[in-house]
Design a protein around this ligand. Structure first.
Ligand SMILES: Nc1ncnc2c1ncn2[C@@H]1O[C@H](COP(=O)(O)OP(=O)(O)OP(=O)(O)O)[C@@H](O)[C@H]1O
Ligand SMILES: [Mg+2]
Length: 372
């Protein structure tokens, strides 16, 4: 089973390209599910069929659904309530009520991700394609297993909180399961962008944040590239040529990071299966959309060089990033684009403090000196 996640800045074409990819995989005879975790239910609009929370057939081998996080919260409430009550009592708090729980940050994302994992693990589909919605929400979604696990680990080690700790342990196991799905070699994130500077800058930050979390991004997809106007004449053709050449410049700067696939800006909106399949043809050509491109591109690599007391963290940071670092016990907290990742400080550098941190195109370089 392959899990493909599509994300990117608002309006760049995530829903369209997730739907096109799923349509293409299904057309090659693989059982395919395409789901959206985005509360703005536009997957149904792109496929031009009504969709609900249960997977429904769109075409041979293709089913689709809109995950409704709100409904999941309501449906899960009876069992969540028991857990929350035990957890809250263990912490010496009054039981939270349903309304309070549902405004806790992350509950919607956690349930949406849990639902994706449940569907992916049913074994029904060869591919599960997820339209994750805009980057900020997706990063919250994908960062959650680790962030919550970090808090839970702290609860688990406080003996007075035994009742809460038992619930924390259950939840931590659940989060570990979600995390292993996200970081599995069968999972790939495809980042969608439009060829504009601001969008490219956000894409780089997202790429860095996901890489730091160990979530593999396998390619970038540049959507709405203006067509080449080689044999056209007149002011409109000149405008198109200028626009295209600016777009090529922006994309050439991204090319070194990961492979960038290109989809042209079409005259008509790609809505419905035939139009989506035409987009997929342009995007994938003869290649298999299920093939995850590995073996190149950025990977989080940490190398410690004790003699020099230097820690190198190879992560594709956007140019000019000032690293936001904090030391928490034996971990180093690195924050990129609002997403914090904990990286264990190697044993050899534990009794050291950080004296200098810089970022270059190889990643982060941290210098340490021993504590006297
Ligand atoms: N290559 C393309 N050519 C022409 N129109 C396109 C192309 N790709 C997407 N569109 C259109 O652009 C609009 C936005 O696309 P889409 O809804 O897929 O973006 P999105 O990234 O999912 O947006 P949101 O962030 O709102 O979820 C839609 O009307 C879609 O039909
Ligand atoms: Mg969308």
């Amino acid at each position: 089973m392959r899990l493909l996640l599509f994300t990117g800045k608002g309006g760049v074409g995530k829903t369209t390209l997730a739907a096109a990819t799923a349509a293409r995989i299904a057309a090659r005879g693989r059982q395919t599910l395409v789901v959206s975790t985005d509360p703005a239910h536009s997957l149904a609009d792109a496929l031009a069929v009504p969709l609900g929370p249960e997977p429904s057939e769109v075409d041979t081998a293709l089913v689709a659904a809109h995950i409704d996080a709100r409904a999941l919260v309501d449906r899960s409430w009876p069992s969540l309530r028991t857990h929350v009550a035990r957890f809250a009592t263990g912490l010496g708090l009054d039981t939270l009520d349903a309304e309070e729980l549902t405004v806790l940050p992350g509950v919607d994302e956690l349930l949406a991700l849990t639902e994706v994992a449940r569907l992916a693990r049913t074994g029904t589909w060869d591919a599960v394609v997820v339209d994750c919605g805009p980057t900020a929400e997706t990063l919250r979604l994908l960062a959650l297993p680790e962030a919550v696990a970090g808090y839970l680990a702290r609860v688990r080690i406080i003996p007075d909180l035994r009742a809460a700790a038992a619930v924390a342990a259950e939840l931590a196991d659940h989060l570990a399961g979600l995390r292993s799905l996200l970081t599995s070699p069968a999972t790939a994130v495809r980042l969608v962008l439009t060829p504009e500077r601001l969008v490219a800058a956000e894409t780089r930050r997202t790429l860095a944040a996901l890489t730091l979390r160990g979530i593999p991004v396998d390619s970038l997809i540049a959507n709405r590239v203006v067509p080449r106007a080689r044999r056209w004449h007149g002011p409109a053709a000149a405008w198109l040529r200028t626009r295209r050449s600016e777009q090529d410049t922006v994309l050439s700067e991204m090319d070194g990071l990961l492979p960038v696939a290109r989809v042209e800006h079409r005259a008509g909106e790609p809505i419905g299966l035939p139009a989506l399949l035409a987009v997929a043809d342009e995007l994938y050509g003869d290649t298999d959309p299920l093939a995850v491109r590995t073996g190149h591109g950025p990977l989080l690599a940490i190398t410690a060089d004790p003699p020099d007391q230097v820690l190198r963290i190879a992560v594709p940071l956007p140019p000019g990033t000032a690293p936001d670092l904090a030391r928490i016990d034996d971990d180093l907290a690195i924050t990129v684009d609002g997403v914090r990742t904990l990286i264990p400080v190697p044993l050899a550098l534990r009794h050291h403090t950080i004296t200098d941190a810089e970022a270059d195109d190889t990643g982060l370089i941290l210098r340490f000196t021993p504590v006297d």
